[in-house]
Design a protein around this ligand. Structure first.
Ligand code: ZN
Length: 346
């Protein structure tokens, strides 16, 4: 089969011909139809410090995908069937740690991630443990292929109290834009979205943001205070990882408010803890992946019912062999979500 591999401990990705993966006894073999390209794949392509410390080439990259089941391992039972359209949680946990036994599998220390720690989804086939596989029902494989990052947004937003709240989303990359849509779908009273890229702010508006703030034009904190009658924000979702934005996220939150941190800063970020966190009584929540499997059931109902539609965020689709173009599109800053078409609709 065709696959995109990280072959060497150096920058670049390579289109290769490899053998179809074996379907283990507790696995399902999935014919991949669509796959999402993400910032993680850029880090791997660039072979940055994180990638150097984590990956052991050769490895097939890609962790966001959907397709249909073509083979069932003998221990899978009757939960799935051949031809069923599915996606999967790409974080594979042992099931034996305290975290994965108590509903905190998303922070299990033994997590192995497809496309990073083991072979991934930029390929015609992938074998996945059945326990990680999620049926799509009526959801298309295009949308199914990006339920991983959509799940990051659901996890970020729905672990806070949203109905009737004011929400600020800092950073309108694909996950930030999804977060805007989730907040709207979950009954937020007012959703503000901030970024420095007008194209991304436009996508945030399409996803339902009431107010967009271009931080190259406006002082973010001042503008937020103006928009909220100096009250501040109930729930701030920090999706950028930029040190300035992280400090501003705390400043924008109202006393007693909540800050959801998803964006990953490259270095330690000094914050005025006493003034901006302790005396304000803030709750800070670190967002890792998706809750297993609460987030997936939330997505199935919100997407399946039409309450949440991520399609405006999908701006580019490329065939597998144009992975370099897909990565260039993300790098340009002009893209929303970029998808690989690996054999079209099932
Ligand atoms: Zn991703």
């Amino acid at each position: 089969m065709q696959a995109i591999q990280k072959l060497q401990r150096a920058p670049g990705l390579t289109l290769t011909e490899v053998s179809t993966p074996e379907c283990g006894v507790a696995d399902v073999l999935i014919r991949v139809r669509h796959a999402g390209v993400c910032g993680t794949d850029l880090h791997i392509a660039d072979w940055d410090e994180w990638a150097q410390g984590r990956l052991k080439p050769p490895v097939i990259v890609g962790h966001e995908f959907a397709g249909e089941i073509v083979e069932l391992g003998p221990d899978v039972g009757d939960a799935f069937h051949i031809g069923q359209r599915v996606t999967a949680e790409g974080h594979i946990v042992s099931g034996h740690t305290k975290q994965s036994r108590t509903g905190q599998g998303h922070v299990c220390p033994s997590t192995r991630i497809i496309g990073v720690d083991r072979d991934g989804a930029f390929a015609e086939y992938i074998a996945m443990p059945a326990k990680n596989v999620i049926p799509l029902g009526e959801i298309s494989t295009v949308i199914g292929s990006i339920m991983d990052p959509i799940g990051n947004a659901f996890h970020t937003v729905l672990t806070a109290e949203i109905p009737g709240s004011t929400i600020l989303v800092l950073g309108c990359g694909p996950i930030g834009c999804f977060a805007v849509g989730v907040a709207r779908a979950a009954g937020a009273a007012r959703v503000l979205a901030a970024d420095l890229n007008p194209r991304r702010l436009d996508l945030a508006t399409q996803m339902g943001a009431h107010v967009t703030i271009d931080v190259t034009q406006d002082d973010l904190v001042q503008r937020v205070m103006d928009e909220t009658g100096s009250e501040g924000i109930d729930v701030v979702c920090e999706m950028s990882g930029h040190p300035t934005a992280i400090r501003q996220a705390l400043e924008c939150a109202r006393p007693g408010g909540r800050v959801q941190l998803l964006g990953i800063p490259r270095q330690d970020v000094p914050i005025p803890l006493a003034k901006e966190v302790i005396f304000k009584g803030l709750t800070i929540y670190g967002v890792v992946g998706r809750k297993m499997f609460d987030t997936w059931y939330q997505m199935q109902t919100f997407i399946g019912s039409g309450l949440f539609d991520p399609s405006p965020v999908i701006t580019h689709t490329f065939p597998l062999e144009q992975i370099d173009d897909a990565i260039a599109a993300i790098r340009s800053g002009a893209a929303g979500k970029v998808i690989l078409d690996i054999g079209g609709n099932a």
